[in-house]
Design a protein around this ligand. Sequence first.
Ligand code: ZN
Length: 359
Amino acid sequence: MSFNNILGQERAKRILENSLTKGTVSHAYLFAGEEGIGKKLTAITFAKALNCLNPIIAGNGDSCDECLSCRNINSLNHPDLTIIKKEGGDAKANTISELKRNFGDEDEDKESRSIKIGAIRELQRRLSLKPYEGKRKIAIIDCAEDMITASFNAFLKTLEEPSGETVIILITSNLHSLLPTIVSRCQIIKFNTLSNEHIKEILIKNYHIKEGEASIISSLSRGRLGRAVAMDYRSVCKLREEALKLVTASITKDTEYIFTESKRLAGKKEALPEFLNFINDLIRDTIVINKTGRDDHIINKDIRDKLEELSVKLKAPFIINMYEAVHKTEILLKKNANPQLAIETMMMEMGGIRDDRFQ
Ligand SMILES: [Zn+2]
């Protein structure tokens, strides 16, 4: 994967390519933009270009994608590349090759899903060493907003006193949650969501998805190519259908369905964030239908008839309850709350039944 293979994000690629050809690479970058739009892929591609043994100097400074360094970075197995992610769930902290180990034991913070100070201290130690194999030591910090305060403070020192051959790339989907002192020390590169048409075109051309399916997936992806590519049409339609049923059952206060469904959904924990996205999108679409009736602003255009039925039942008090309940559940699940209980409570509250278990 080289810059040419990254679809979209022309502006971000141009800035990075220019820094490579002009020799003006910064010691710290901040890649900011929504999730699933190519920030991490671009960071790894940039890391390859920085350490490539045969870079395309005459072109855009891109990597050869073939040398030993490129191959090692492709397999995330390069001694001079460290990737730090938050701990907890499936996003466990990991680094490369011999550096694989668990961090953060010394941190007293009780939040399980975070970038802990132990990880940052280990990173500082590694960055203080000379490059082992490549030209530069590169650190990619994914979900930088998940650094706990102590980690932010420790990291600030690294940014203030960068060692010569170091390039740090922070990745965030929530720029405003980072400390201003960190942001001000980085070159900010903003990543944008893509238009539905652009995503549709990419899905058809590069992923050979049928036009009808590509059209629906691109609309559901909300401008995030990563999300679009990860979507399997049939499973997505099924999950959306289930989300629609759940919303309806909540309105009719069908408690039997609520209990059975929350138990079933608890077993599909990894699909829950997407499931909640669908609920939000469905509620949003009913508001659009009620307020404007315009087709071009509807996300789930292909099920408009079902949405019209729902929009008749979904009145203002329900809508507020629903948004609040879904938002609360998103937070609870991030905090590793019991999924069955969280979904049960959500469905009750969506239908206006007060549930105090998570108050
Ligand atoms: Zn190379």
